[in-house]
Ligand binder design. Structure first.
Ligand code: SIN
Ligand code: MN
Length: 213
């Protein structure tokens, strides 16, 4: 196991002070009221994931047995458009992403104490120059990150409420996952568990006139 984060992966411990964490919890509650958490399923096998999900943004990341991983503009259960990305989340993107483009999707992951997320790449976007910005709220977790190949060495870092991780640059397609939650390590949420928000750019930025041939 390596001890240093791979190139392009930035961990910003405590980036969000308590007041912003609390504001984000209220934001997540409002998102979930409009776009309820649902249980996604793996492509092909239909095996249910242990994490429950929803989204905000013009696009949201979804997966199911029949159609697999993709972005779509509507909630798979309600059929309604996702709520807009709130200003506070856009501020966090602008503070951390070092990117000229705006995010289009924010995936909301809810982990109960037994939930985990297997090692994977975020590669369903058609724009990889912008990073994925990941926000942790609630209980700590053990986050694992490796290289661009599944078999590359990995390292683990404990993420706490208020931490931001930027997955960008040469690490944009790094394998990552969540091995475990540490229940009872945060008082932010009403119950044990963890919320993770990942802001993503999905489509290429519009070319400026100067770049158009
Ligand atoms: C994800 O990869 O979508 C979530 C990562 C995390 O929960 O920290
Ligand atoms: Mn991911």
């Amino acid at each position: 196991m390596k001890s240093q984060l791979p190139p392009g992966i930035r961990h910003l411990p405590g980036h969000l002070e308590k007041a912003r964490q609390e504001a984000l919890v209220e934001i997540v509650r409002a998102i979930v009221a409009e776009a309820p958490l649902y249980t996604p399923a793996m492509p092909g096998t239909g095996k249910e994931m242990s994490v429950r999900m929803t989204n905000c943004g013009t696009l949201g990341w979804v997966t199911d047995k029949e159609r697999g991983y993709r972005y779509q503009s509507t909630h798979p259960v309600t059929g309604r458009p996702w709520p807009a990305i709130p200003a506070l989340l856009l501020d966090i993107w602008r503070e951390t992403a070092e990117s000229d483009v705006e995010p289009e999707a924010c995936l909301v992951n809810h982990y109960d104490p037994a939930a985990r997320m297997g090692l994977h790449q975020d590669r369903d976007e058609s724009e990889f120059s912008a990073p994925v910005v990941s926000i942790s709220l609630g209980d700590d977790c053990l986050f694992r990150v490796g290289g661009l190949k599944r078999a590359d060495p990995t390292m683990s870092v404990r993420l706490a409420s208020g931490d931001v991780v930027v997955i960008g640059g040469e690490g944009r397609l790094a394998f990552h996952g969540v091995d475990r939650i540490y229940p009872g390590t945060s008082m932010l949420l009403r119950r044990e568990g963890r919320i993770n928000l990942t802001l993503r750019r999905v489509n290429p930025a519009n070319k400026t006139l100067a770049e158009t041939p």
